[in-house]
Design a protein. Structure first.
Length: 323
């Protein structure tokens, strides 16, 4: 009989890649993790880990066991959910991963929606980008994840995970107001020599921006990086560079910038909520997913600057220029 705790450690290793990272995630010392994995190998009767150079990797047997473990954990989670509901109907707090621009917009409204329905939801909010939250979701560290995707990148696919689309929005090319290139009808290549601002390496936002520039035929020179779009807007206003910023952030801020909607290679951001397939039946998770769906139902292009009246909070310091 396999010990589920040891199986969980092996699954975490497959996701995190190092024993030290597993220890940090599981609040164990690296030596304790190694001991537990060694015991699991004895239980299996086959090596599960092997060293290739300086890197420790899964063996074929390890990969097979991890794949089976994911199905085992899904069944265990489903059983726990059903039993908890039969026992007292109480599920406890939902661990929710999100990121600043969507947290400000959707999370308070969704929680208020649940309160107004007379069925409030308690959450623990974790700030994570999609490349961090989806593995954490698979490991069971969080219950729901708000994630962003960017054209022209392919849609996210994660084993054992379901995505509910919420809304999409335009990404604007934002420049300082007095920038000589802050005018419409210019191709993206006109900005190839400019210093660029973007999210951190590893984020889908960063990958989407780099991909859009590559499609236009150039590699952007990145001057500064931040995962907070309001920080990027402040840097752009200060003349430190240019960058792509989502419409909802621009519409809710007060920065003196110019915004271009590029017609040749429009960059869009898609927001969805992700949940483990085995956990989707949990009543609290269903309520929160339904709340996110309800409060974002009419957001597609609501913040399209200069077309719907949605504008900056101070009534006009952001100027939108359309091709």
């Amino acid at each position: 009989m396999f010990d589920l705790r040891r199986l969980r450690l092996l699954s975490h290793f497959a996701s995190l890649g190092t024993v030290s990272a597993v220890g940090k995630s599981a609040q164990l010392t690296p030596s304790a993790v190694s001991q537990q994995l060694a015991t699991l190998e004895k239980e299996i009767g086959m090596p599960l880990l092997e060293r290739k150079g300086r890197q420790l990797t899964l063996t074929e047997a390890g990969r097979v066991l991890v794949s089976s473990a994911e199905r085992i954990f899904a069944e265990v989670e489903l059983a726990k959910t059903e039993l908890a509901h039969l026992r007292d109907g109480v599920e406890g707090a939902v661990q929710l991963a999100s990121f600043p621009s969507v947290s400000r917009l959707a999370v308070p409204q969704a929680l208020a929606f649940c309160v107004n329905e007379g069925r409030p939801v308690e959450i623990g909010l974790h700030e994570m980008e999609a490349h961090e939250s989806l593995p954490a979701l698979r490991r069971g560290e969080i219950d729901l994840a708000l994630v962003d995707e960017y054209d022209p990148l392919p849609a996210l696919v994660e084993p054992g995970t379901e995505f509910t689309p919420l809304f999409s929005e335009q990404m604007y090319l934002v420049l300082p107001t007095k920038h000589p290139l802050a005018r419409p009808a210019l191709p993206l290549t006109a900005y190839a020599a400019e210093p660029w601002l973007t999210c951190q390496v590893g984020t889908l936002c960063h990958a989407g921006m780099v991909s859009a520039c590559a499609d236009a035929g150039f590699t952007p020179e990145i001057a500064y990086m931040s995962n907070d779009f309001t920080v990027l807007l402040a840097m752009i206003e200060a003349g430190l560079g240019i960058g792509f910023v989502p419409a909802i952030t621009i519409a809710q801020t007060r920065y003196d910038v110019r915004c271009l909607m590029l017609a040749e290679r429009p960059l869009r951001r898609r927001i969805s909520v992700a949940v483990r397939s085995a956990a989707r039946s949990r009543p609290t998770l269903r309520r929160l997913i339904n709340a996110f769906t309800a409060v974002t139902a009419n957001l597609d292009d609501t913040f399209r600057l200069g077309t719907t009246g949605a504008g900056p909070a101070d009534g006009g310091r952001v100027t939108a220029l359309h091709h």
